[in-house]
Design a protein around this ligand. Structure first.
Ligand SMILES: Nc1ncnc2c1ncn2[C@@H]1O[C@H](COP(=O)(O)OP(=O)(O)OP(=O)(O)O)[C@@H](O)[C@H]1O
Ligand code: SF4
Ligand SMILES: [Mg+2]
Length: 417
């Protein structure tokens, strides 16, 4: 496994510009995913996991937009192919996914990157057979391989040709016998019985578990370097979930594929991942190896999660380890402070004065965004009970035993619409 990350995300900010205000769905996120590892992202509902995945893949929908940050992908092949036209998008073997032509980025999805979603129906066209759709993914990969020198031209050329052909003759005629055979092989790989026959069935003829397997087959068809799996098993019953997770593990071990696995379940993380990032309110608040996070966690949020779901039996339940909810992430409600403070049993006055750094001194692998990473909990600086239940008033200043800490609002930073 190379120490150089395959995917390097720095300072990513993703916002949704809604009628109600700006939603800071991803806040200054740094992430390194290494070649051949399974990196897990875990967090409660609304913490920004899916938006992070969609930002990386360039699949954000309006009113969502990346307003800052860099997303670098290591691929000498792609770097060479875009270096002449877009030198600013290349740094050694890395390409800046936001600076390469959008046609190239589209091609990378399905060939270099693949995504599997919680809802497999959203990945399949209901009017085409499952086999046709997997065969089409096989062909896309073959076309990409045929001309490795020019990622852009092959995309534009084929994209239009394929579109025109499919409007006059349908995809079935366009798919070759060999790609169909490969589709059947892939369906067999993911454990679909009678794959030869089932390849000719439509998505609605598959059960939920079978369609989830077919979606994995479709993702594998492009032989991706990176698979992003966003809660790939949540909708399934526990036995099928375990089978699908085992299947993903087997495939990862055989192919060495890098997986970014998103889940709200720590049992799934423990079963599959090498390293993990714990996400809260749009930030990764703790990151490390499984041992770092499971045995030596520092952040009270991680500790709260650990108290809730230690095994696969709990997969179907949403995490709710600590009283309270993930904030709505509206900009006007997010202060310049630790966002977990209102739920944190260890919150101290400094937690409201500045956001903590993301580090643990002398520990490059394990990091936590919490003051407890560098200082011990000091009860004399604890926030008064019920602090967040009452809005501060002018009388609070200097009143009582403890002075109310100063909360600062976050500077807009010029990120308006
Ligand atoms: N289209 C949208 N418009 C406005 N806000 C959005 C949109 N999509 C997501 N958000 C907001 O972005 C934040 C992060 O959402 P995200 O879907 O990434 O959460 P998640 O961690 O994937 O949650 P879950 O576990 O429920 O899938 C949430 O506050 C959500 O309301
Ligand atoms: S920085 Fe303070 S409020 Fe935030 S998690 Fe750590 S102890 Fe709790
Ligand atoms: Mg999600």
């Amino acid at each position: 496994m190379s120490r150089e990350p395959l995917l390097r995300v720095r300072g990513l900010k993703t916002r949704f510009f809604t009628e109600e205000g700006r939603v800071n769905a991803v806040e200054d996120l740094d992430l390194d995913v290494r070649d051949g590892e399974v990196f897990g992202i875990v967090g409660e509902s609304g913490s920004g996991k899916s938006v992070t995945a969609r930002s990386i893949l360039g699949l954000l929908e309006s009113p969502g937009r990346i307003t800052a940050g860099e997303i670098w992908y290591r691929s000498p092949e792609v770097a060479t192919s875009v270096a002449e036209d877009r030198p600013e998008a290349v740094d050694g073997d890395y390409v800046d996914l936001q600076a390469i032509p959008s046609s190239v980025r589209r091609t990378l999805r399905g060939t270099h990157f693949a995504m599997i979603f919680q809802d497999p129906m959203s990945s399949f066209n209901p009017s085409l057979t499952v086999g046709e759709q997997i065969a089409e993914a096989v062909e896309a990969q073959q076309r990409a391989r045929a001309n490795p020198r020019s990622v852009a031209s092959r995309t534009q050329g084929y994209g239009l040709g394929q579109f025109l052909l499919s409007t006059v003759s349908g995809v079935r005629e366009y798919v070759t016998e060999s790609s169909r055979e490969r589709a059947v092989e892939l369906l067999e790989t993911v454990g679909i019985p009678d794959a030869q026959l089932r390849a000719d069935e439509h998505p609605h003829e598959y059960s939920g578990g079978m369609l989830q397997r077919a979606m994995i087959a479709q993702a594998l068809a492009g032989e991706p370097n990176v698979l992003i799996a966003d809660e790939p098993t949540t909708a399934l019953d526990v036995t099928i979930q375990a089978q699908i997770l085992d299947l993903l593990t087997e495939i990862q071990e055989e192919t060495g594929m890098t997986i970014l696995l998103i889940t709200h379940n720590l049992g799934v993380i423990a079963r599959m991942c090498d390293r993990v990032g714990v996400m809260y309110a749009g930030e990764i608040v703790e990151r490390g190896t499984l041992a770092d996070v499971f045995q030596d966690s520092v952040h009270p949020y991680t500790r709260g999660l650990l108290g809730s779901v230690p095994d696969l039996e709990g997969v179907a339940s949403r995490l709710q380890p600590i009283p309270g909810n993930v904030p709505g992430l509206y900009d006007h409600e997010m202060g310049e402070r630790c966002y977990f403070a209102d739920r944190c049993p260890k919150a101290m006055t400094e937690c409201l004065e500045h956001p903590p750094d993301f580090e643990i001194p002398d520990s490059p692998e394990h990091a936590a965004k919490c003051y407890l990473a560098e200082t011990s909990y000091d009860e004399s600086r604890a926030l008064p009970d019920g602090y967040f239940e009452d809005e501060p008033t002018a009388d609070d200043a200097g009143d009582g035993d403890r002075e109310r800490p100063v909360e600062r609002s976050r500077a807009d930073g010029g990120e308006s619409r």
